[in-house]
Design a protein around this ligand. Structure first.
Ligand code: COA
Length: 251
């Protein structure tokens, strides 16, 4: 039982809730594993025809747990890699209801979601370069396609924070709701999509997504650089600075 990831199924919709609000739903290895398991279960179950991912508390997710990142990875395939593969290969339509801050993988997972809706207060940022890291989840390939090269550089390298309105204008999300309505409105649309002809929906999703092998190859390429950066003095300084609440020093 993974209490930091809550999974439920109702009306043909699987809900995956990140539930670690005191750490802004920062994702540790166990949470990535729980989400990957949930997505695999959604694909296997005939009674699930749509997936909704959201977060408890005032954040969607603050991304990878930075303290976890500083520890050696567990043996075998890292759970974060398994999660990225699961969102890439998901057969069922995936919704993200962004209820607050979406940081790092909180933003990059939206590039694999079929529907991304957000609360008015939501914010979006990817501090990879600021942390001495590189893009992941094929965001170096997918984000420029969604928002254009100039904005992608602003987000992926400069670490610009977008408001919900910025995210809507740049095509990262398609709807904004008042925060009290976000989950119910997302569930409503998810139930509607779940009631449509499943093969038509799955084939439409696959056509719109395009060549998943090409995206998988970019995830792999980024992953190798990301793993190398995780071992670097640049990352150690950035992560220590975050945990010590000070500015990093690269001099
Ligand atoms: N990993 C580990 N701990 C994290 C975290 C993360 N990714 N994000 C937040 N936390 C912790 C904070 O250290 C803080 O812990 P504390 O209560 O022991 O001091 C707690 O969660 C609350 O975070 P705080 O920063 O005080 O909340 P906020 O509302 O002011 O800001 C965010 C929320 C998400 C905007 C901010 O926490 C943030 O930017 N986090 C960094 C995200 C990041 O760099 N992620 C890495 C992506 S690769």
């Amino acid at each position: 039982m993974n209490q930091r990831i809550e999974i439920g199924v109702a009306d043909r919709v699987m809900t995956i809730m990140m539930n670690r609000p005191e750490q802004k739903n920062a994702l540790d290895h166990q949470m990535y594993a729980g989400m990957a398991d949930g997505l695999a279960e959604a694909d296997a179950r005939e009674d699930v025809r749509a997936i909704v991912i959201s977060g408890r508390g005032d954040a969607f997710t603050s991304g990878n747990d930075i303290a976890d990142f500083m520890q050696p990875f567990p043996d075998g395939e890292p759970p974060a890699w398994r999660f990225l593969s699961a969102i890439l290969r998901a057969q069922k339509p995936m919704f993200c209801a962004v209820n607050g801050a979406a940081v790092g993988v909180g933003l990059t997972m939206l590039l694999h979601a079929d529907f991304a809706f957000a609360a008015e207060e939501a914010t979006f940022k990817v501090p990879f370069a600021r942390l001495g890291l590189v893009p992941e989840a094929a965001s170096s390939l997918l984000l420029p396609k969604v928002v254009g090269m100039a904005m992608a550089n602003d987000i992926l390298i400069a670490g610009r924070t977008l408001s919900a309105r910025d995210a809507l204008q740049s095509g990262l999300i398609s709807r904004i709701y008042p925060s009290g309505d976000l989950l119910s409105e997302t569930m409503k649309t998810a139930r509607e999509v779940a009631s449509l002809a499943p093969t038509a929906v799955a084939r439409s999703k696959s056509l719109i997504r395009g060549d998943r092998d090409r995206i998988a190859a970019r995830i792999q390429e980024e992953g190798e650089l990301f793993a190398a950066q995780l071992q670097s003095p640049e990352f150690m300084e950035s992560a220590s600075a975050f945990l010590q609440k000070r500015a990093p020093n690269f001099d």
